[in-house]
Design a protein around this ligand. Structure first.
Ligand code: SF4
Length: 204
């Protein structure tokens, strides 16, 4: 049964409860994995993605599949360097399964997104990152309320003293990156992320 305390004092305690969360299953949603886990808890930067894919769900680790390889290439971070640099959260944490069409992965419903936001909000409160990178349109909407990638990629924002830099999703499923202007927007955003990473220093 899902445990959600009124208050958390440490990320370790929060991670223990997140790892066994079944809130969406208890609300009737058909999830196909347990929550992925964010390795480590001392990073100065927070990565906010959409939802795990099938590989991530099986391994219970974020960014393990093809999109993770593209993201590492974009950020010039290899293997576990991604986890050492970023605390990895996402709009939802469990593999949502296939949609009725059978193509791609099911987008988590607004209710699932709401249920999972509890974990994100506590992570941000306890980690106090200096940099937040959102990945994909859903994460962008959920964190900043900005409706489209085109309005945000290449720009930076401030949320609770953290710089927020949005990126598109590396899966390429949306086709947004087929546009040359959008690829230029991505290049600008990545330059900005690398510059910020260079300034925030080593993990605590
Ligand atoms: S998606 Fe989030 S809220 Fe839903 S069961 Fe998984 S961890 Fe819990």
């Amino acid at each position: 049964m899902t445990v959600r305390k009124r208050s958390y004092r440490s990320l370790a305690s929060l991670q223990r409860d997140t790892a066994v969360c079944r809130a969406c299953v208890e609300a009737g949603f058909p999830l196909e994995s347990w929550p992925v886990r964010a390795p480590r808890a001392s990073q100065r930067a927070y990565l906010y993605g959409q939802a795990p894919g099938i590989v991530e769900g099986e391994e219970r680790l974020p960014w393990r599949g093809r999109a993770g390889a593209t993201l590492r290439r974009w950020l010039e971070l290899e293997g576990d360097e991604l986890y050492e640099t970023f605390y990895c959260g996402s709009v939802t944490r469990c593999y949502p399964g296939r949609p009725a069409s059978g193509r791609g992965d099911r987008t988590p419903t607004p209710r699932e997104q709401e249920l999972c936001e509890f974990w994100r909000d506590w992570e941000l409160r306890l980690l106090r990152p200096e940099l937040i990178v959102t990945v994909g349109g859903l994460a962008l909407r959920r964190l900043l309320g900005i409706p489209t990638l085109t309005h945000a990629i290449g720009k930076s924002f401030v949320r609770d003293h953290a710089i927020v830099i949005p990126l598109p999703h590396p899966s390429g499923a949306s086709g947004w990156l087929n546009d040359r202007t959008n690829r230029a927007r991505l290049g600008k955003a990545l330059t900005h992320v690398r510059r910020e990473l260079g300034q925030i220093g080593e993990p605590r």
